[in-house]
Design a protein around this ligand. Structure first.
Ligand code: PMP
Length: 417
């Protein structure tokens, strides 16, 4: 009898049958408050009626157009609409299905456009699991171990991680930029570097927002040395952080933007965006794929954009995120095992540490399980697995935030008793 591979590691034991907004219902009819949103994907909530309607309509019209063979309307309309939300001039688009594929497409474009090979990444960054993306990923050795020689040409520099060293954000930024210059002077020759790739908030690596001054420092060095600045907005995009794009918490302009996850409310769709002049430095046919820009996924993305706009979900993410962070800080104040609370918008996390300040993955896992036992679904992250993150759909309301916080308080109390 066929069975699921034991390589699957499932965060919760839930067998989901139905989803509605921020809730999932299992086969027994039990309701779970879903603060994972399918790893930050169901931006408009599970099965938003307008997304369902748009997808159903498209399924009955054209499922698979295949845009490297024939063009289709949903993709053209989506491209036009994305132009309204993308950073000015960064509006030439190419579509794929997953975050990893889009990361690889961005690297391909950066190499083609610059004629240079190397990519500079920041320690703790997560960019995907396909072999090229895995080579760029330093969010944990579990994503690299046993993979043999990965893609060469990846240069690693530190990300500003204030909490780990007991620093202020300014001190962490100064350190990271100084180290970056040292890396550029010692191992990563600037003339060989095609691009930096950076997450506006380190995601799988522990939910650490990039200080604006750090991103500005990257922009300045990119301009000075002729690198491209790639922002990986796979997790931070589409309103998640309380701005439409995570990098918009700074004044920095990216050269290539990568989006996926929240873009289509659960349908597989991803894209890279760059100025047309940059895309022109590659050539027709240099990017492709069988399923990219699927017509149903594009229709769902159009509906997602409508819902985000009409329901004010970016503003809601900012407001609800502040409420969530405030509540998490109150829980942390009563539980010393939570050493830090941080995040932007609806991307919030609690880091568990021992009294000596060392990572405490055991406490994080106990809290995660105690929350799931109470019907609150969460995810862990961080290189040591000692960070518990909350990433609810952008439609979450204040009652649901308070409900989650009450369950979280009980879970942390049980986990650290
Ligand atoms: N980049 C970032 C910042 C991500 O968070 C993820 C997924 N967690 C990826 C890339 C990879 O996306 P996918 O799993 O869709 O390949």
């Amino acid at each position: 009898m066929a069975q699921l591979s034991p390589v699957l590691k499932q965060a919760t034991p839930v067998l989901a049958e139905r989803g509605e907004g921020v809730y999932l219902y299992d086969k027994a009819g039990r309701r779970h408050l879903d603060f994972t949103a399918g790893i930050g994907v169901t931006s408009t909530g599970h099965c938003h009626p307008r997304v369902v309607e748009a997808a159903q309509r498209q399924v009955a019209t054209l499922i698979h157009g295949q845009y490297t063979t024939v063009m289709h309307e949903p993709l053209l309309r989506l491209t036009e609409r994305l132009g309204e939300v993308l950073p000015e001039g960064v509006d030439s688009l190419f579509y794929m299905n997953s975050g990893s594929e889009a990361v690889e497409a961005a690297v391909r474009l950066a190499r083609h456009a610059t004629g240079r090979q190397n990519i500079l990444v920041f320690q703790g960054g997560f960019h995907g699991r396909t072999m090229g993306a895995a080579a760029l990923t330093t969010a944990g050795t579990k994503f690299r171990a046993g993979l043999g020689p990965l893609m060469p040409g990846v240069v690693v520099a530190p990300f500003p991680t204030a909490y780990r060293y007991g620093w202020s954000e300014d001190e962490a930024t100064r350190f990271a930029l100084r180290e970056l210059d040292y890396v550029l002077a010692t191992s990563g020759a600037p003339k060989d570097i095609a691009a930096f790739i950076v997450e506006p908030v380190l995601g799988e690596g522990g939910y650490i927002p990039a200080p604006p001054a750090f991103l500005e420092g990257l922009r300045e060095r990119a301009d000075r040395h002729g690198f491209l600045l790639i922002v990986d907005e796979v997790q931070t995009g589409f309103g998640r952080t309380g701005r439409f794009w995570g990098h918009q918490h700074s004044g920095v302009r990216p050269d290539i933007l990568i989006t996926a996850k929240g873009l289509a409310s659960g349908f597989p769709l991803s894209a890279i965006a760059a100025p047309a002049a940059l895309m022109e430095r590659a050539w027709p046919g240099s990017q492709g794929g069988t399923y990219g820009g699927n017509a149903v996924a594009c229709a769902a993305a159009l509906a997602t954009l409508d819902v985000i706009q009409d329901e004010g979900l970016v503003e809601n993410a900012a407001e609800m995120g502040a409420r969530l962070q405030d509540g998490l800080r109150k829980v942390a104040a009563d539980h010393p095992a939570v050493g830090d609370v941080r995040g932007l918008g609806l991307m919030q996390a609690s880091e568990f540490t021992t009294p000596g300040g060392e990572p405490d993955p055991g406490a994080a896992q106990r809290a995660h399980k105690a929350a799931a036992d109470r019907g609150l679904l969460l995810l862990t992250c961080g290189a040591h697995g000692n960070v518990v993150r909350m990433i609810p759909a952008l439609v979450v309301d204040s009652g649901q935030i308070d409900e989650a916080l009450a369950l979280w308080r009980e879970a942390v109390t049980e986990a650290t008793a």
